[in-house]
Design a protein around this ligand. Sequence first.
Ligand code: EPU
Length: 416
Amino acid sequence: MDKIIIEGQQRLSGTVDISGAKNAVLPIMTAALIADGETEISKVPNLKDTRTMIRLLEIIGAKCSFSDNNLKIDTKSVNNPEAPYDLVKTMRASFYVLGPLIARFGYVKVSLPGGCAWGPRPVDYHLKGLEKLGAKVTLKNGYIRAEADQLKGAEINFEYPSVGATGNILMASVLAKGTTIINNAAKEPEIVQLCQFLIKMGASIEGVGTTKIIVEGVSSLHSANIEVIPDRIEAGTFLIAGALLGELKLNNVIPSHLDSLASKLREVGCNLKTTNSSITIHPTDKLNAVDMTTDVFPGFATDLQAQWVALMATANGSSIIKDTVYHDRFSHVPELNRFGANIKVEKNTAFVRGVKSLVGAPVMSTDIRASASLIIAGLIAKGRTEISRVYHIDRGYEKIEEKFRSVGAKIYRESQ
Ligand code: EPU
């Protein structure tokens, strides 16, 4: 298994091009299944997760070709509406085939995703929503089967604005008969882009980007092309690294997607300058400790919580970091403490007491964003850090070592 090696405390400076968003492209790829034809998606990040989704689409019967961040999906021969356990267990986003396949075939069989490194992560909202649309949903041998001759529009009230459940119900409802109203829908930019793609395919959707989405069912969709929005979490990860380590300019970003992070970075003492499509961060040498609570968009993203904890590890003073989206998402904390950080976790809150400096250590990554926090800690720390299990980072960050190296970091990969 590969390791990432970092020699810390190098000043960073330069420009980084941000890739297309993982969490936007994955549902777009499955939405392509609703139509019969060829879809072309540009700015597709070359990640383990996008390659896993390509494999899944191929198992379902689609023909895919992927080169230079351009993905073509031909869905004419799609004939197998099933997502096997082997793929779903490596990537929960495989569950995004549920909505599109029941919409197109009236039948779908998807392995029930298990828990993950930070807790149970249920899919009950997806299933209850489908039942509301008239599907018969059963669980057998670890697989969810959903069937409906014709889905029917309904009013669905999510207890919590789940990103995945909003995406799945949207994709299921575009071909349902009549009107579907999704209350307490997710407003994340990735859901907005999914709506825009479905509209390009011929869907009728109102309330895009609000908590009330109204879908008027149509009889069929046609294929369409789209360019993936920039990855706000990758951008946020580089901004957090820049806060202490040097001036970084990020190209290919949508600054408004990063407002919550930007205002927190200003509170810690950094200066940020934005244009329409770039953000430049000027670091601070007196890092203030700043509390943070994650929330749904436009709040502070849970996918940047681990990186924020790493930044606060050497801040001046103590900070309290609460995750209201995923209550157990703190597997990075014991690893950050191996660098000499002083962090305690109680329930859904990390209490960080800033220390003078971190010292490099061998550490292990446990999920995508936890890995990113370990890279940030390794870049801040004195001496050598060795991060194992880096396959987690390869799921969600395109060429991360190359990008950090290009701005002056000493970071490389060792294949074992
Ligand atoms: N929830 C339920 N029941 C459900 C669905 C969700 O209780 O049926 C709960 C979850 O347990 C969680 C909360 O609702 O406490 C929010 O979960 P959500 O469904 O919004 O998350 P998701 O769709 O599974 C996506 C991203 C995650 C990101 C979250 C929150 C993708 C592929 N994944 O997950 O991204 O953390 O939204 O923004 O879009 C990552 O990229 O590293 C990642 C984990």
